[in-house]
Design a protein around this ligand. Structure first.
Ligand code: APR
Length: 251
């Protein structure tokens, strides 16, 4: 099923970087962003829902939408792809897991030290003074278009915003620096379930390539990375990753 050179590349890896995108959570029922019909951006305007201007223009619409996504993530379970990624961790000398996802399914599958480049649905802070805000444990929103007034900051009174990175915003610096350093120092980078369209995250496989690492891509569809990756696995992460783990590391 898998190319011997691919399996040997994994077995010889000293520092494996795994970069994931929305596709790794698709089989848990979490919509991706750009899949033609089901993708969130096929149904919603990203500028209206994932930008500071959009939030300022309609705080209740945006807050309600993120509370709906948080509720959906809390009702979802990690899938075989998340679990396989967690099982890679003890099998390689060093693994750095970098995700663009704002869900916590990697952690719930047992992965540790996950670098979240685009923030988390489970965090929130004041839009003005950035004071962290504790979200209530169970979001009450069940429908995706329910308007919910955002809470106010107890310190300065401005709106509380979701702890995710919106378009036009820079990534959390510590996470980005750690991700970039890992891509520069790894010998294998595996890109899983991302359309490789959103920068700077999409530059990480290119950083690894420039540093001489082998790049493996896993995605049912072709992306811009296909032409550059050493190995392209076309299929679902939940099917391919457990099989790859078995083929590469089974005793
Ligand atoms: N297994 C693996 N890959 C899958 C699966 C699956 N089961 N299902 C879909 N995919 C692939 C799609 O083919 C697509 O290439 O996952 C990719 C998802 O791409 P996007 O929806 O663009 O998501 P992502 O790359 O994570 O987006 C990056 O864009 O909207 C912003 O901040 C948001 O973090 C997000 C960033």
């Amino acid at each position: 099923m898998f190319n011997d050179r691919l399996l040997q590349t994994l077995r010889d890896a000293q520092h494996l970087v795994i970069l994931t995108g929305a596709g790794v959570s698709a089989e848990s029922g979490i919509p991706t962003f750009r899949d033609a019909m089901t993708g969130l951006w096929a149904r919603y305007d990203p500028q209206q829902l994932a930008s500071e201007n959009g939030f300022r223009a309609n705080p209740a619409l945006v807050w309600g939408w993120y509370e709906w996504r948080r509720a959906k993530v809390m009702q979802s379970l990690p899938n075989p792809a998340h679990r396989a990624i967690a099982q890679f961790q003890p099998l390689v000398p060093k693994l750095t897991l970098i995700t663009q996802n704002v869900d916590d399914l990697h952690e719930r599958a047992g992965s540790q030290f996950v670098i979240h480049l685009h923030g988390s649905l489970h965090e929130a802070q004041c839009i003005a003074c950035a004071k962290p805000f504790a979200l209530n444990a169970t979001p009450t929103v069940i429908s995706e278009s329910k308007r919910v007034e955002p809470p106010r900051c107890p310190a300065c009174g401005d709106y509380i915003r979701p702890g995710v990175v919106w378009f036009g915003e820079s990534l959390p610096l510590d996470g980005w620096h750690a991700a970039e350093a890992a891509a520069q120092n790894c010998d294998v980078l595996m890109s899983i379930g991302t359309s490789a369209l959103v920068y700077p995250a999409a530059s990480l496989p290119l950083v690894a390539l420039t540093a001489g690492a082998k790049v493996i891509q896993l995605n049912p569809d072709k992306t811009n990375l296909d032409a550059k990756a050493h190995f392209n696995l076309h299929g679902k992460a939940g099917d391919l990753l457990p099989a790859l783990l078995q083929a590469a590391y089974a005793q």
